[in-house]
Every structure is written in structure tokens, then in C-alpha cells.
Design a protein around this ligand. Structure first.
Ligand code: 3PG
Length: 213
């Protein structure tokens, strides 16, 4: 069986999702899967997150569902109880990192600086979200960080889309790219599932071109 990280690596794209209504969770997950995206990061930016994770975990088994924007240990507990298999945070909080470990799920804390990476390394982590990627120097900064931190890999998010995902994916220290471009809130709230599938397929096709295996 593939591990959580292997599943993320194989999909190569992590959609960052904000759902206002839990009823939209399953149609959205199915729209992403129809476009080849089998990972979903449902963010705690809305109150529908917990219920949305639970619905996807139950009704769309082919989807690896995780929780994003997890800022507290309470959110981490709720997310995992709902069925989240990984936890993403925009930053690095040691309590949240330890809670994820205790709960037995993959933790992807956000970093942009060497100091934050050292905090994560001390906690035994080797894979980090690099966020907000575009604002903090993008690929250039990731390459600079990969010098002293040769053992770690990244999932950059923030300002990534079809125009620049190739350059990120061409670097072997990048596990996958994340972002909201294939499922923006306007499309989700409008129930524009076909368009979300089209955007997902477009992203998947780019990923497969860069990483055919
Ligand atoms: C995240 O939390 O990863 C970002 O909000 C995604 O950034 P994007 O909306 O620029 O893709």
C-alpha cells in the first residue's frame, strides 16, 4: 500500500480548498478526481472544513483527504477525527507538529526561513510546505534552502498555477505543488464542477509531462 507521501508525490498537485458549504465537498472532490487529482487539502478557513473532510473521507475513497490551515491542536484533533490523513499549516507550531505525530498523520508545516526548517528537523520532519512561495522568492529560494538542507523536500504553495508549475516540478526537491487555481471559491460556490475538472485535467497533464513516471 502506498504511504500518504507516496500518494501526494504520485498526484503531484495539492488543491487548496475552502468550502463554504459541506454539501459541496463531495461534488468538488469528484470533480477533482475526474480531472486526475486524487489529493485534497480542505482548509480550516471556513466552518465547513470538518464536515467537508468527513464527507470526502466517507464518500470519495479514491481521494486522499487532508486538512489545511491548521493553526491549533484542537483543529488537528478535529481534522483527524473527521478522517484527515495529513495536516498542513501555513506556519510551524511545535505543539501542532507534535499533535500530528501523536495522531499518526503526516504533518506539513509551512516554512520560509532556515530557522523554521531547523525547528521542523528537530521534530523529525523532512517535508515542508514552502508558503507563500511566490512572495518569498519561489524556486530560487527553495534552491538556496536545498543547499544547507539537502535532506529535506518541499511542497510549495502560494502564487502557483499552470504558468509556473513546470519550473517548480522540474526541481527534484519538490514533492508536489499546491494551490487553489483549479478550485477557486467562485467556481466552487457556483457549482462549476465541469470547469474544475477541466482545470484539474490541465494541471494533471502538465504534471505528467514533467514527471511521466
Ligand atoms: C495556501 O494556503 O497554500 C494558499 O492559500 C494557496 O495559494 P494560492 O491561493 O495562491 O494558490
Amino acid at each position: 500500500m502506498m504511504t500518504t507521501i507516496e500518494k501526494i508525490r504520485k498526484c503531484g498537485i495539492v488543491p487548496v480548498i475552502a468550502l463554504d458549504k459541506a454539501e459541496d465537498a463531495v461534488p468538488l472532490a469528484k470533480a477533482l478526481v475526474a480531472g486526475g487529482i486524487t489529493v485534497a487539502e480542505v482548509t480550516f478557513r471556513t466552518s465547513a472544513a470538518e464536515e467537508s473532510i468527513a464527507r470526502i473521507a466517507k464518500e470519495v475513497p479514491e481521494m486522499l483527504v487532508g486538512a489545511g490551515t491548521v493553526l491549533t491542536i484542537e483543529q488537528a484533533e478535529k481534522a483527524v477525527a473527521a478522517g484527515a490523513q495529513f495536516i498542513v499549516s501555513p506556519g510551524s507550531d511545535v505543539d501542532v507538529i507534535r499533535k500530528a505525530k501523536e495522531l499518526g498523520v503526516v504533518m506539513l508545516p509551512g516554512v520560509v526561513t532556515p530557522t523554521e526548517i531547523i525547528i521542523g528537523l528537530k521534530e523529525g520532519l523532512e517535508i515542508f510546505k514552502f508558503f507563500p512561495a511566490g512572495n518569498y522568492g519561489g524556486l530560487k529560494t527553495i534552491k538556496a534552502l536545498a543547499g544547507p538542507f539537502g535532506q529535506i523536500t518541499f511542497i510549495p504553495t502560494g502564487g502557483i498555477g499552470t504558468a509556473n508549475m513546470t519550473e517548480y516540478l522540474e526541481f527534484n526537491k519538490i514533492e508536489a505543488v499546491g494551490g487553489s487555481w483549479m478550485c477557486p471559491k467562485e467556481l466552487v460556490n457556483a457549482g462549476a464542477w465541469e470547469e474544475i475538472t477541466r482545470l484539474s485535467k490541465e494541471a494533471t497533464d502538465i504534471f505528467k509531462k514533467v514527471r511521466p513516471n
